[in-house]
Ligand binder design. Structure first.
Ligand code: GLN
Length: 547
């Protein structure tokens, strides 16, 4: 039976609960335990799949095809444990399950209430797989006191009582604001936040206090006294230069020890932190830097491309260089020469995206990279745009486009080199979709394997020909243009196992130009950089040496 750690937050949002959870997961692993991390989100969307990246940041896709919160990306990057569909839930999903059961008559005519029906549904979710790992870390989104969060807080309170004593602990993250005028760290907001938690029956075992300044012993003692926690269980969380410093920083502050103490695990197994020491060494001891442009649409909110940014950092770590990322809005040069915007970069990355806006700019970016022989990595939409560019400017299909744009515009303006995929094979079954299906969860989602062409650039990069990567798309490059494009040098170097869906394209006579239909960034880790990102940064480094 797993031990449960519930992670909540108070005072303000964006304190880094996800990072603290992920770092704690990594520290427990370093002590030899198996872990699983989960996110419970109070919002009413059934999943983040339909939420705007401008608002909510990236949608993280799991191997089993769930569209989840970006915090699951942190969890995976820090623990290496592949996230699953059952690691993410929202109020929307919980209510939708409860209402479905009600309609089916499962509740036998009972009046359906938040307690016990909604809370039971949440508890059932929490219990999934509890015999599989040593520690289950469950983060509750939002802050204590949010109206939407109440059923979740009530459910974790009940859950801790359903389990034997000592099986669950509560860790609460708060902020210690610093008043420069008086030169003081203020503990009152933390005290209030803990009171709020206590008023709903939860007494935190550990307090993680975010602070810009060192926390004096006196303040630590005060927090412990007023918040009813042990002094050693008041753990400081200071600002870090890199998120990958978090495991070592939290270890120094005693977080993992405090957790083991709270569970009364004694003697505590000694941690092996060599992986994180190496990661830190690679971040801090770099030799040179490269400049990479991410040419996208959602450039105002960096979280929209969270995993890509992290994967580039990992690629930098693999080469011991610093990767400086600049965000370039593709729409700006939709009708202009992109050169003034793209010159000076050592590599160009066009990420995934939806809708027509900014696509002409992305097509121009692909053309610029091809003609100037700048390393190019096209991800999902970025691959589709590279193929459209090749069709238009090299293979003579002057009006090549994607059905995604025509569908939006309601007419036929393009020759659909990229078409709406309505049927594909998953394992040994066929999946079918209609154009007017619901928007949520209807894409080709999750892990699919691909066969790489022997002798191709990607086969060399991956060091093999069989790969499995995560997908999230509705449209697909039409294989009927393969011969025409290959004759001009755009090689279809990765295909779905049935040979029907192009997964990877690459230019034969280019130092590094690769487009992938999937999202390699989702599987990259600091201690295991994804080969495509490691090699892309290596190619960027070569470009930087040429100029
Ligand atoms: N909009 C494109 C599609 O649905 C690309 C999706 C993506 O980049 N994730 O195929």
């Amino acid at each position: 039976m797993a031990r449960y750690i519930f992670i909540t937050g108070g005072v303000v949002s964006s304190l880094g609960k996800g990072l603290a959870s992920a770092a704690l997961g990594a520290l427990l692993q370093a002590r030899g335990y198996s872990v699983r991390l989960r996110k419970l989100d109070p919002y009413l969307n059934v999943d983040p799949g339909t939420m705007s990246p401008f608002e909510h940041g990236e949608v993280f896709v799991t191997d089993d095809g769930a569209e989840t919160d970006l915090d699951l990306g942190h969890y995976e990057r820090f623990t290496g444990v592949p996230a699953r569909m059952t690691d993410s839930v929202s109020s929307g999903r919980i209510y939708s399950n409860v209402l479905e059961k009600e309609r089916r008559g499962d509740y036998l005519g009972k009046t359906i209430q938040v307690v016990p029906h909604v809370t039971n549904e949440i508890k059932e979710f929490l219990a999934i797989g509890d015999d599989e790992v040593d520690f289950m870390l469950c983060e509750i989104g939002g802050t204590v006191g949010d109206i939407e969060g109440l059923p979740f807080f009530e459910a974790i309170r009940q859950f801790s009582h359903d389990k034997p004593r000592g099986q669950c602990i509560f860790m609460h993250l708060t902020l210690l604001p610093y008043l420069a005028a008086s030169g003081e760290l203020k503990t009152k907001p933390t005290q209030h936040s803990v009171k709020e938690l206590q008023s709903i029956g939860i007494a935190p075992d550990i307090l993680v206090c975010r602070s810009e300044q060192p926390i004096p012993e006196k303040e630590r003692a005060k927090i412990a006294l007023f918040c009813n926690v042990r002094k050693e269980a008041v753990v400081a969380a200071y600002d870090l230069k890199s998120i990958y410093e978090a495991p070592l920083a939290y270890h120094r502050e005693g977080l993992d020890q405090a957790v083991l103490d709270a569970f009364e695990i004694s003697p505590a197994p000694k941690p092996d932190l060599s992986v994180w020491e190496d990661v830190n060494d690679r971040i801090h001891n770099t030799d040179g830097d490269v400049k990479v442009a991410i040419v996208g649409k959602y450039v105002q909110l960096e979280d929209a491309y969270k995993s890509i940014k992290e994967a580039l950092t990992h690629g930098g770590m693999a080469n011991r260089v610093k990767v400086n990322v600049e965000w370039v809005d593709a729409e700006v040069f939709d009708h202009e020469d992109p050169a003034p915007y793209l010159e000076g970069f050592h590599a160009i990355l066009v990420p995934g995206g939806f809708g027509e806006r900014g696509t002409e700019g992305k097509i121009k970016a692909a053309q610029f990279a091809r003609e100037r022989k700048i390393p190019y990595l096209g991800i999902c939409l970025g691959m589709q745009m590279a193929v459209i560019e090749a069709a238009r400017n090299v293979a003579g299909v002057g009006d090549a486009g994607s059905e995604e744009f025509d569908h939006e515009a309601g007419g036929k303006r393009f020759t659909p080199v990229v078409y709406h995929l309505k049927e594909w094979v998953q394992g040994n079954r066929t999946v079918a979709r209609k154009v007017d299906d619901d928007k949520g969860g209807t894409m080709r989602l999750g892990a699919y394997s691909a066969a790489l062409k022997e002798g191709s650039k990607v086969a060399q990069v991956y060091g093999g020909c069989d790969i499995e990567e995560r997908h999230r798309h509705r449209y697909e490059v039409d294989i009927k243009y393969r011969d025409q494009l290959e004759a001009k040098g755009l090689i279809f170097s990765g295909m779905s196992p049935d040979g029907r869906l192009p997964e990877i394209v690459e230019w034969a006579d280019h130092p590094w130009f690769i487009g992938v239909q999937f999202h390699p960034e989702l599987k990259s880790k600091p201690f295991q950089p994804h080969p495509l990102f490691a090699d892309f940064v290596r190619a960027a480094l070569e470009t930087s040496r040429l100029v």
